[in-house]
Design a protein. Structure first.
Lengths: 329, 156
């Protein structure tokens, strides 16, 4: 369809993420925002079906899901936009929920990916990102104590103890990783203490990113002790109020459960296109901290205190080990 | 019917000249959209059914242009099915990428489109736990949970 080399490269990179065990793909898209993606994938996938959610009934979605639920050679490519989901009926969302039971190896989920940002988000060869993630994992595994410095005007610093924590890579090629774009190495810290003045984005299951976009130094400052948020302050009253309300209603969000290090330069480029904070920002090259629901690879999901998860994605900063700066972004 | 096709062809010729003169990519996109065989058949069918062409809406989104041909029912005709025809044109290749008939003008879609800020958003509706969410058998379910189990609000 498209002869734009940027698009062609992005589609080729995307296809590299698809497991060879799948011979037939269901492509679920929302509608016009995914017109070019769906058109390009249909042209390149040997066997696929397109489901336009804006046009499909709940019964059609449910029928399709049940038809293929037990077909191990059939997979689902899902393109959803955070602020678009509300348009669908509860019945349609219930039908879509059934896809959650499909094994990860049969699903690739692209949240907040649409035609306008697809070429940027998939502009990097997946194996390059994966290599960086693995190399970083090897380095981080040898550093029991890390210091994250925001390096922003409102300087903040967190000391994180990760000794004996398991570092997990999310490269898009693991059995459990199905979120695209991929590219992250993360762990569940043993402890964290210090001050975090957010210079970046707050994204996750509560759409702070959609409401506030880029957060600037001094807008929201957290005091963290024993891996828990003990104080909230900052110069942006509406943001601080919303965040404190979230902590009051969902106390599990007080807990810092993830130190993640994104490795995607493509996400850095794509983030410049949108004022809002998108869900793929956690893969941005640099550090992010996760609050709330723990990574299932490092924690028993049944023991969660909340099912919500928020990521503080830092736009600038450095991460240091015992002897040197390991990463600067 | 012959008159309708002749009119369409004449309009296309006229548009071709105007688009070439102006150099406006949006006009070129309308030309690509209206020049597509399947789109032409849909337009002609609507006109044959007595619907009245009311105009063309064009919006640009990065590398593509969305062209909406709008129609109205003639006076006295009753109908509930939306008549608008949406055509997405891929500008680099100058080809039609997507056609959707019965396009519903997006009254409930944020006018700003995806990726825009929504400063008036009420986040409190999203700040609820969903019992049973943890039972989903997902390897990395944290983002999906909200989407899968959320109430009629935002959720991922």
């Amino acid at each position: 369809m498209s002869h734009d080399p940027t698009w062609d490269a992005a589609i080729a990179h995307f296809l590299e993420y698809l497991p060879g065990s799948i011979s037939h793909w269901l492509i679920l898209v929302e509608g016009p925002s995914h017109a070019l993606i769906s058109s390009a994938l249909r042209a390149r996938l040997p066997s696929c079906e397109l489901v336009i959610l804006a046009d499909a009934t709940a019964a059609q979605i449910a029928t399709l899901e049940s038809r293929y639920a037990c077909c191990h050679e059939v997979g689902a490519l899902q393109f959803f936009i955070k602020d678009g989901i509300q348009r669908y009926s509860r019945e349609s969302r219930d039908a879509l929920r059934q896809f959650s039971a499909w094994p990860c190896s049969r699903v690739r989920l692209c949240l907040d990916v649409w035609d306008d940002n697809f070429p940027a988000l998939f502009s990097e060869p997946p194996q390059d990102v994966a290599r960086r993630c693995r190399e970083l994992k090897a380095i981080l595994a040898g550093e029991p104590v890390l210091v994250c410095d925001s390096e922003s005007p409102a300087r903040s610093q967190l000391e994180i103890r990760c000794g004996a924590s398991e570092w997990v890579t999310y490269t898009g090629f693991e059995d459990f990783e199905y979120m695209l774009p991929s590219g992250e190495t993360a762990c569940l810290p043993r402890s964290a203490a210090g001050t975090l003045s957010l210079d970046g984005w707050l994204v996750g299951t509560i759409p702070f990113g959609l409401k506030y976009g880029r957060v600037h130094p001094g807008d929201l400052v957290l005091r963290i002790e024993e891996r828990e948020i003990r104080g909230v302050s900052g110069g942006r009253a509406d943001l601080c109020r919303d965040f404190e309300q979230a902590l009051d209603r969902l106390p599990g969000l007080r807990c810092l459960v993830e130190l993640g290090v994104g490795q995607s330069h493509a996400v850095v480029r794509a983030a410049k296109q949108h004022p809002a904070g998108c869900l793929w920002l956690e893969r941005r090259f640099g550090v992010h901290f996760g609050l709330g629901a723990e990574l299932p690879e490092t924690f028993d999901a049944d023991q969660r205190t909340t099912s919500h998860h928020l990521d503080f994605v830092l736009a600038t900063g450095s991460l240091s080990g015992a002897r040197e700066i390991l990463l600067r972004w | 019917m012959a008159d309708i096709w002749a009119t369409l062809r004449a309009e296309l010729e006229l548009l071709r000249e105007v688009a070439a003169t102006s150099g406006d990519a949006r006009l070129s996109a309308v030309l690509v959209a209206a020049g597509d065989d399947s789109v032409q058949k849909l337009i002609v069918t609507k006109l044959e059914q007595g619907h009245v062409y009311t105009g063309t809406q064009v919006s640009r989104h990065g590398g593509h242009v969305q062209v909406v041909f709008t129609f109205a029912r003639a006076e006295g005709m009753f109908g509930l099915v939306p008549l608008s025809l949406l055509v997405t044109v891929d500008l680099p290749s100058r080809r039609v990428a997507y056609v959707a008939d019965h396009h519903l003008p997006a009254a409930d879609v944020p006018a700003t489109g995806p990726g825009a800020l929504q400063p008036e958003l009420d986040l409190s509706a999203s700040m609820q736990e969903r019992p049973g969410a943890e039972r989903l058998r997902l390897a990395r379910l944290r983002l999906v949970q909200g989407f899968a189990n959320g109430p009629d609000t935002y959720w991922v």
